[in-house]
Design a protein around this ligand. Sequence first.
Ligand code: G1P
Length: 297
Amino acid sequence: MRKKVTKAIFPVAGLGTRFLPATKSVPKEIMTLVDRPLVQYAIDEARAAGIKEFIFVTSRGKGALEDYFDQHPTLEQELRKKGKDALLETLKETNMESGAIAYIRQHKALGLGHAVWCARRLIANEPFAVMLPDDVIAAETPCLQQMVEAYEETGGNMVAAMEVPPEKASSYGVLDVAEENGQVIKVKGMVEKPKADEAPSNLAVIGRYILSPSVLQNLNKMKHGTGGEIQLTDAIAEDIVNENNVHGFRFRGQRFDCGSKAGFLQATVAFALARDDLRDDLARYLEDIVHIDKAAQ
Ligand code: G1P
């Protein structure tokens, strides 16, 4: 029997400079898509996949993120008094069982690989997930759950993968494909942010990973890679050399890059259109402005 994946690492130490000035005082992960912070989407997806322990790798100025998961007795009392049961129910999703959530500080911004490595003492000899909350994935079956199901067959390491236009490949970790087998892709190498003409494929790594503890050992070597940073991609690729499997997984769903303003806006519209209470008004508004825009041309 394969060990179950019950722990997830959420690297959330980044400064979020692309969203300044907002991120001067609000952690990027607390920015809201409709009415839920980015991190709530990641937590919901993790829970659906069977994750029981949530490890956040944070940095200075992320207090609001830690507070978000606390109970808020005065607010709850107020809502109860006013009979706002639906809102009380919504708040429940934000609460964590005591001891199920841990915050580890990344003291220096040395890269994604380093952030994951910071959580090493909380991962025993077991597989673990890594989720990047910037990558929001709308899917019927949540992406990490799809991966956990596929991982039960493959073992080893698994990364979410998606085709991107060739000119965009240099913004991602990119897979060197050994063999395609439907949704599962056997990988023979991985390159972090390759030069445009050096990308081994147009299959990009998206921020969902299921990793073997050996990746943490690879990270122990503290090898600096692209951009002088300690890259998670390199530590996973090293596992291939050590003959541990790495698979890419073509998930079903739509990914939004909420680390960029355009992606964040697109996600906001998509998630709002998926809501019964917002769809009609927003759709009408969008139709109107598209008409106005066309008429002006
Ligand atoms: C990180 C990873 C990269 C991956 C990407 C997915 O890059 O290093 O391999 O493709 O997330 O969003 P970042 O976007 O943090 O530069």
